[in-house]
Ligand binder design. Sequence first.
Ligand code: FES
Ligand code: FES
Length: 192
Amino acid sequence: MTPKAPSEIWSAEVNGEPVETLITSNAILLDVLRDQVGTLGVKRGCDLGTCGCCTVMIDGDARLSCLCLAGQVSGRDIVTVEGLSDGAHLAPIQTCFAEHGGSQCGFCTPGFLISAQALLTKNDSPTDEEISIAIEGNLCRCTGYQQIVDSIRAAAEIHRGEVEPAPPASDPHPNPHPEGPDEPSMPPGHAR
Ligand code: FES
Ligand code: FES
């Protein structure tokens, strides 16, 4: 029988909040984030370091959480996709992905958003080549990548202050159905 790895207290700053939890010394960061911290935006794709779905930012650098022991990043500053928005206000990179078709099925999107944000935080005027290098570890089966590059370019313009960001998603919207839809009437003989 394989001996059980010893447990240890793991603490880190996740999306600006201090987190403390008990982990085994061989726990993988992806598992800790999803199963213990509850940041389910961090996706498990391949578990092998090839798809980029599990990308998180650690001290500002994009890293694959499936290849990272949680213990190695104890005490560090971790940002997952949940930490990009300011509450209900999406970050420019998120609105640009939505507006430019950078997200279709969406499974790869959290990883791309983190890789892109890590780039833009350091370089708000990336060339197309720099964008390609930043996302080279992220795979997408839907978009063909061009829309993703377009989204990152558009977000860079907002970061540089050349374009106004989209209005916050939390602005009050008029409720189109304040009383709720009318109850449909059923023809005689049709039970609900
Ligand atoms: S799940 Fe980490 S790279 Fe695929
Ligand atoms: S949007 Fe579907 S895999 Fe990228």
